[in-house]
Design a protein around this ligand. Structure first.
Ligand code: ADP
Ligand code: MG
Length: 250
């Protein structure tokens, strides 16, 4: 009975992301910013669990704190209070240096405007995060080439960002996010600057990373099509979350 139930929840967990091991666990998280002499509350008592292997989309009005929440999960910013565990580790307790190392190993970032280095080629951009690792130059190069192959850009290795379309630049950014083999991909409006066709390609790619490579993805989006690509949808409004999960199977 127990074993059967376990097997069933494991399968369901893989599909819906509900019951698998949580990669991100957030409890009573709060964050405010100081503006002049005032404190402005951005997140108040946020509770959220992201299962390992899940693909979560987060929507909400502009200014509702979506980027702030992603930055907290990624250890870019620190909360005022609450618990924030990633892979069982309370990252609010890490010092700056430890946190930087943790971030480099654990999180891959994809931004709305790609954030590629304009003076570096596609290959050099993807290689960049590996400079912080102990890999040799040829190992770095081989790995970066592999990632660009994965995103379908083997024929653009030596191109500079301004020689690539928006969709291609975003694919380079995804290759860069993946190159360190992070547990978690954080994507902040990854299709926000793209035409419909390029956006669809990026979503297909994110879906593959999730399904085939098992990457856990937390994505903020305004695009209903992007939200549909995810397995799980949450809304953030006035600093609070509502989990609507309209796309889960159960
Ligand atoms: P979203 O991504 O949902 O549009 P943000 O998380 O970027 O929202 O911002 C939420 C609120 O926090 C906004 O009111 C914004 O002005 C404020 N905010 C964000 N970052 C900072 C900061 N570094 N300093 C002060 N206020 C900030
Ligand atoms: Mg934002």
């Amino acid at each position: 009975m127990e074993a059967g139930a376990d097997a069933a929840t494991t399968v369901a967990g893989r599909v819906s992301g509900h019951t698998a091991v949580p990669l991100v666990q957030i409890r009573h998280l709060s964050k405010s910013y100081r503006r002049g002499s005032q404190r402005v509350a951005v997140l108040t008592d946020v509770n959220l669990s992201i299962a390992s292997g899940d693909f979560v989309a987060m929507m909400g009005p502009s200014g509702s704190g979506k980027t702030t929440l992603l930055n907290l999960i990624a250890g870019i910013d620190k909360p005022d209070g609450g618990e924030l565990l990633v892979a069982g580790r309370d990252i609010t307790r890490l010092g700056e240096t430890e946190l930087a190392g943790w971030r480099a190993r654990t999180v891959g970032f994809v931004f709305q405007f790609y954030n590629l280095m304009p003076v570096l080629t596609a290959l050099e951009n993807v290689e960049l995060p590996l400079l912080l690792t102990g890999l040799s130059r040829s190992q770095r190069r081989t790995r970066a080439e592999l990632m660009l192959e994965l995103v379908g850009l083997s024929d653009r290795l030596e191109h500079y960002p301004n020689e690539l379309s928006g969709g291609q630049q975003q694919r380079v950014a995804i290759a860069r996010a993946l190159v360190t083999d992070p547990l978690l991909i954080i994507a902040d409006e990854p299709t926000g600057d793209l035409d419909r066709l390029s956006a669809a390609e990026i979503l297909k790619l994110l879906d593959r990373l999730n399904l085939e490579l098992g990457k856990t993805i937390a994505m903020v989006t305004h695009d209903p099509r992007a939200a549909e690509a995810a397995h799980h949808l949450i809304y953030l409004d006035k600093g609070q979350l509502t989990d609507t999960s309209p796309f889960t199977a159960d």
